[in-house]
Design a protein. Sequence first.
Length: 103
Amino acid sequence: MEPPKDAETYIHRSGRTARAGRAGTCITFYTLKQKGLIQQIEYKAGIKFEKIGVPQPEEIIKATSRDTIALLKEVNEKVVPLFEDAADTLIAHHKGDARKALC
């Protein structure tokens, strides 16, 4: 969500992320030009935002690999044998080094 021009609107919008007593998280993307607005919202709302940087390529790759492993665990066991020949060929091509087979 991009921050609106005034604190009251921001607070109203972000409050919609949590309804009926449930928790919610509002993620706000802002530019350096908008940094003053963010500070103004923090001051008026009496809160302090948790600021994190843009994910770095290495972090994205690690997250993607975790997601891929989770997806592989969901593959129906009946179709796994269809991939065994290809996996064996790939590993043999790299002399049994599974790490090289991934490259």
